[in-house]
Ligand binder design. Structure first.
Ligand code: SF4
Ligand code: SF4
Length: 311
């Protein structure tokens, strides 16, 4: 259930030098309409707060058991990860997390006002000014919380804080129209160019995503495409060529390639969820990874597009 006038935030990271120019504060909004098989932020996906359990930190003191008003905690204190909390009973009141002395239990996602988030962002205003940085809304899909995201971007912009949005592009065009005047940069995901493959890998077609990219560029937005490289799911020469062709057709001169990694793997365990790519290896950890990266780089470079590896 949403709280009027508030946004569901699951993290705020200061002093980032990725995800936009200069020094940035990243604000992560919770909830995403896609289910990418390789998602490294599974805690970002659901449109509701949830409780995470890190069994490796648990001292089995039993405090969580005594405070839970819904009897949702497993009486066996030695259980690991997904078996800790009966999610059908838990209402995410957070009492267990508050009582836990080791930070083993944690509520992911808090409802916060624009003013609260803005105050946190403005703490580093001097760094933004000196470095040409600002705020980047990330997620999840930040624009799925359209009203909140729009108000936050506007508030930052009016305080002379640079504004960027990392987006899957899967929102109605009116959402983009609304935030365009206050958004200086769109970091825009291109996951697969084939609509059917895109749907198989992420749960949704790419038709609206590609259409929105075209409309954003036509409207004068600054757009930098981001292409995750997930071998072998989207790294065929055909798909790399099709993606590079699409970027070139937009008249864009820069792309960010994002090599697959396994940094999110443990998060699935903590949330008690399955990870489809749990056995896959990071792109940089395989002998063929370097060759694949070169192939991807060449596909864009030969169309006059400058390639950056990572965000
Ligand atoms: S969040 Fe509340 S209801 Fe859920 S397990 Fe913890 S104490 Fe129980
Ligand atoms: S309160 Fe924390 S440390 Fe104690 S049993 Fe519960 S999860 Fe483990």
């Amino acid at each position: 259930m949403s709280e009027p006038g508030k946004g569901l935030i699951f993290d705020i990271q200061r002093y980032s030098i990725h995800d936009g120019p200069g020094i940035r504060t990243l604000v992560f909004l919770k909830g995403c309409p896609l289910r990418c098989q390789w998602c490294c932020n599974p805690e970002s996906q659901r449109f509701a707060p949830e409780v995470e359990f890190r069994s490796s930190l648990c001292q089995q003191c039993g405090r969580c058991l005594t405070v839970c008003p819904r009897d949702a905690i497993n009486r066996d204190l030695a259980v690991v990860n997904g078996a800790k909390i009966d999610k059908s009973l838990c209402d995410v009141c957070g009492l267990c997390a508050e009582s836990c002395p080791t930070g083993t239990l944690r509520v992911v996602g808090r409802w916060r006002t624009v003013e609260e988030v803005l105050a946190e962002v403005l703490r580093d205003a001097a760094f933004y000014r000196r470095s040409g940085g600002g705020v980047t809304l990330s997620g999840g899909e930040p624009l799925a919380q359209a009203a909140f995201a729009g108000e936050l971007l506007k508030a930052c912009y009016l305080q002379n804080v640079g504004t960027a949005v990392e987006t899957s592009g899967l929102v109605g065009w009116p959402v983009f129209e609304r935030i365009l005047p206050h958004t200086e940069l769109f970091l825009y995901d291109l996951k697969h160019l084939d609509p059917d493959e895109h749907e198989r890998l992420t749960g949704v077609s790419n038709r609206l995503i590609l259409e929105n990219a075209q409309r954003l560029v036509a409207a004068g937005a600054r757009l930098v495409p981001r292409v995750p490289l997930i071998p072998p799911l989207n790294t065929s020469p055909e798909n790399l060529a099709a993606t590079a062709d699409f970027v070139a057709s937009l008249g864009l001169k820069e792309v960010h390639l994002m090599p697959f990694h396994q940094l999110g793997k443990d998060k699935y365990r903590r949330l008690g969820r399955d990870y489809q790519l749990g056995e896959a290896r990071g792109l940089r950890d395989t002998p063929e990874g370097g060759a694949l990266l070169r192939l991807a780089r060449t596909a864009f470079a030969r169309r006059g597009i400058e390639v950056h590896i990572g965000g």
